[in-house]
Design a protein around this ligand. Sequence first.
Ligand SMILES: Cc1cc2nc3c(=O)[nH]c(=O)nc-3n(C[C@H](O)[C@H](O)[C@H](O)COP(=O)(O)OP(=O)(O)OC[C@H]3O[C@@H](n4cnc5c(N)ncnc54)[C@H](O)[C@@H]3O)c2cc1C
Length: 387
Amino acid sequence: MRTDVAIIGGGATGAAVAYFIRLQDPAADVCVIERDPAYELASTPRASGGVRRLFSLPENIELSQFSIDFFAGFPAAMAVAGRPAEIGFRRDGYLFIVPPEDRAVLRRNFDTQQRLGCAVTWLEPAELKDTFPSMNVDDLGAAVHSPDDGWLDPYSVLTGFREKAKSMGAAFLADEVTGLAVAGATVTAAALKSGRRVEAAQFVVAAGAWAKQVCALAGVSVPIEPLRRFEHYFECQEPIEPLPYIKDTRRLAFRPEGRGYSGGVPTLAEPRGYNFGVDGRYFERVVWPALAHRFGQFERTRCLRTLPGLYDQNDFDGNVIIGPGAGGLGNLHLLAGFSGHGLMHAPGCGRALAELLLTGRYQTIDLTRFGWQRVPDGTPLREEGII
Ligand SMILES: Cc1cc2nc3c(=O)[nH]c(=O)nc-3n(C[C@H](O)[C@H](O)[C@H](O)COP(=O)(O)OP(=O)(O)OC[C@H]3O[C@@H](n4cnc5c(N)ncnc54)[C@H](O)[C@@H]3O)c2cc1C
């Protein structure tokens, strides 16, 4: 078959691109190739669901601002046949807490966020204690609260985008890309496991933690590695006041979930690889002490479930690589390397890549700095402070 745009990977990001392409140009043919329509190992359904504007790079802040507003209107915008696409968006806020030595960085990022129009609040330790009386603030230097952020159900975002894109004419193939044919500086076709072949003018690699494998099919090496991360569900006996999504510089990140809490402590020290094993002691060894240090109530906590998942970790600089040119291939577009932010930026990046594919340039948020060129140039673009 032949299509204008072939998207490899139908998780949240691939489905978002398909939706925005059909929205921006209903005449454009788009085909999403997804090898596992049950999404058993895909990262999207395993994500924690946090969405926040608390970044340092203007591009990431702008992506969040668009995406979070988009999530607020998601049920209506993604409704199919009058049925709203609920995503359980809880706007209960997001809180970054830092020790005194990280105050200056937090302040700089706070200023950038304010300059870009985010309704963020600076909290001194005493104000933090007033707001969240159970929190141990003794070792903290400051905090920033973003009250309009929060969390949502990742799988519902994926299905919302996918079903809407389908209803607008995007094709979804349940198949695996096993080869990419290259002629000169152009990818001409994708060979599928079923024996089918998809020819396209443009290809998008939205394969998350598998982006490296897919790019290798075209002879291209990208610095995106699978990085295992655990999401734990835990409960505690003693009540704590209502909390936002909380994150600190040691990467403790958690939020309320049902009767308990969901979160973890991702670590970059984890060996790269497709490892879905569970380290049954990780919670006790790493997460529990961090929780109990911050809230005394967690001295007595029970971890009831641990779910492993993979980050599409960009080991070059921890930010998404978006757009064409990897390995010199002009029509091979990357949309991977989110390093833990792919769900919250799926709407913004989906819209941006659709603009680039359909018009040749970004029309709204300029993501040029997140392009492939920074990799061969050796100019990483890193987040500062909490990542
Ligand atoms: C524990 C955990 C917590 C997280 N928490 C958050 C969070 O709070 N907020 C946030 O924004 N992000 C979070 N993330 C990151 C987020 O999950 C990812 O960045 C995002 O889901 C990536 O979406 P994706 O569509 O690119 O990848 P995926 O959802 O992994 O989809 C990629 C798809 O590509 C398919 N595929 C791969 N190879 C092929 C092939 N050869 N042919 C066809 N199909 C192929 C796969 O089957 C898969 O379905 C978290 C991740 C984990 C693991």
